[in-house]
Design a protein around this ligand. Structure first.
Ligand code: CA2
Length: 142
């Protein structure tokens, strides 16, 4: 059984409750349920969402200490701004995949830069919540 952490950053607790034209109708609870249905026999999940940069950084460090097998991160807007989250990911030395629900390259210019992507093995963007499934599948196969 591999340990996979799913981290979601600021405002992703609002998923399914606002802006469904960009982020769809499913909630984070739906995502958790669907990931457990698909991968429950192969993965033990640790789901974490925070609206606070420091809480996400502390969580990344705790996951590194716990030596989880993989990390899926949607840092939300912190993706584009947070050197601190990037440093936490680089320091964690965990296999990580960055996920974005929307296609960040079809949106405003400021979303085209990810500070955290260089600390990850791969980036999935624009597949909706399916991106999390693809990321977990990839991490379980390596
Ligand atoms: O597409 C993504 O997954 C993003 O990481 C979402 C972030 C955005 O800042 C990134 O540029 C791309 C925003 C998360 C806000 O999520 C909401 C979900 C539902 C309703 C309102 C906000």
């Amino acid at each position: 059984m591999k340990k996979i952490a799913i981290l979601n950053g600021p405002n992703l607790d609002r998923l399914g409750k606002r802006e469904p034209e960009i982020y769809g109708h499913l909630t984070l609870a739906d995502l958790e349920k669907d990931l457990r249905v698909e991968f429950g026999s192969a993965a033990e999940f640790d789901f974490f969402q925070s609206n606070h940069e420091g809480a996400l950084i502390d969580k990344v460090a705790a996951l590194a200490d716990a030596r989880v097998d993989g990390l899926v991160i949607n840092g939300g807007a912190l993706t584009h701004t947070s050197v601190a989250l990037r440093d936490a990911l680089l320091g964690a030395h965990l296999p990580a995949v960055e996920v974005h629900i929307s296609n960040i390259y079809k949106r405003e210019d400021f979303r085209h830069t990810s500070l955290t992507a260089p600390a990850c093995l791969a980036v999935v963007t624009g597949l909706g919540l399916e991106g999390y499934h693809a990321a977990v599948r990839f991490l379980l196969k390596r």
